[in-house]
Design a protein around this ligand. Structure first.
Ligand code: FMN
Length: 355
């Protein structure tokens, strides 16, 4: 009997990028960028996970002072931050990797312990998250300023050497606070109808496409997720509306979080699927959330996606694509306790490679 080909390690052309396999590093916040400046240990961390023709997506990187609500998350809005990213991007390129920067704004979601002086929370709404500080509702005329911050961050990412950006439109971050009807209670042209709620996100996409070119732009969406109290009453309609609207801009990829991922790390049974969105979207489709090797192989074989992003497994297995190329390679277990600790080595660059 002839062994079936393993599609996870088959080549794929994503726009102008020649990928040698389908195993993508999902964006993973690691909170080791002291004072929001990327550090040299990140060069080792990302280069460990880089492979020739492999796509890596950076941890969520913030675009402005008002988006900096977690300690030690990287930023990309000052010259110093842009400079600090350069050696990290170079280290990935040196191994032939393709590196996209995930850029985002947390809006009303922040760590209540961490509250830079004089900064206020902004959102689509003035409703707070349970036990959090109430945000200030963005005024209509202020939205263009945030769009401009996104545009400049994308420009900075290219300046730092990244191959492109992934707009963070998932997980209850600011853009989702506009898109999801359980949060957005606006009465201006950014609230109400699906079209209105998606307007901000699509304006961000348009601004970034105009700035760096559609072939360098991806977006992450999680219509079904309910992270940070950001649910929607009709996720399927939301997701379908978005992919169809995104087609007009011809962006490179759409990265969707599976309906089964209700929260980070919590996989539940779900009757829903992303198949309709996958069919409707014209660019490269990436799925994420609770995938293992077999699941990933199956999803590609059934043409439910082009690429599969792996979070926790890639975090703990720097050579994940190589392990997935083998039939029975063992996997390191991830240690949840060190996901967000600030140590530059432990739980970060000390996961062993396969001998
Ligand atoms: C430690 C950690 C940090 C994460 N940080 C981000 C992030 O910065 N941006 C994002 O969009 N998702 C983030 N996620 C979600 C992952 O990208 C991914 O969607 C999730 O872990 C589910 O995939 P998995 O089952 O392969 O781990 C994070 C998840 C973990 C575990």
């Amino acid at each position: 009997m002839v062994a079936m080909e393993n599609p996870l390690v088959s080549p794929y052309k994503m726009g102008k990028f020649n990928l040698s396999h389908r195993v993508v590093l999902a964006p993973l916040t690691r909170q080791r960028s002291y004072n929001h400046v990327p550090q040299s240990h990140a060069a080792l961390y990302y280069s460990q996970r880089a492979s020739k023709g492999g796509l890596l997506i950076s941890e969520a990187t913030v675009i402005s002072l008002s988006s900096q609500w977690y300690p030690n998350i990287p930023a990309i809005w000052t010259k110093e931050q842009v400079q600090a990213w350069k050696p990290i991007v170079d280290a990935v390129h040196a191994k032939g990797g393709i590196f996209f920067c995930q850029i985002g704004h947390v809006g009303r979601v922040y760590d209540p312990e961490y509250h830079p002086d004089g900064q206020e929370l902004i959102s689509s709404t003035d409703k707070p998250l349970t036990q959090f500080t109430p945000p200030r509702r963005l005024r209509t005329e202020e939205i263009s300023h945030v769009i401009n911050d996104f545009r400049l961050a994308a420009r900075n990412a290219i300046e730092a050497g990244f191959d492109g950006v992934e707009i963070h439109g998932a997980h209850g971050f600011l853009l989702e606070q506009f898109m999801k009807d359980k949060v957005n209670d606006r009465t201006d042209e950014y609230g109400g109808s699906l079209e209105n709620r998606c307007r901000f996100t699509l304006e961000v996409v348009e601004a970034i496409v105009n700035e760096i070119g559609a072939e360098r732009v991806g977006i992450r969406l999680s219509p079904y997720a309910d992270y940070a109290e950001s649910g929607d009453s009709n996720p399927e309609a939301l997701g379908l509306y978005l992919v169809n609207a995104l087609n007009k801009y011809g962006i490179l990829y759409c990265h969707m979080v599976e309906p089964r991922m209700k929260t980070v790390g919590e996989k539940v049974e779900s009757p829903h699927s992303l198949v309709q969105m996958r069919k409707a979207f014209n660019g490269t489709f990436i799925v994420a959330g609770g995938y293992d090797r077999e699941d990933g192989i199956k999803a590609i074989r059934e043409n439910r996606t082009d690429l599969v992003a792996y979070g926790r497994l890639f975090l703990a297995n720097p050579d994940l694509p190589k392990r997935f190329a083998l039939d029975h390679a063992p996997l390191n277990k991830y240690n949840r306790q060190t996901f967000y600790t600030s140590d530059p080595v432990i739980g970060y660059t000390d996961y062993p490679f396969l001998e």
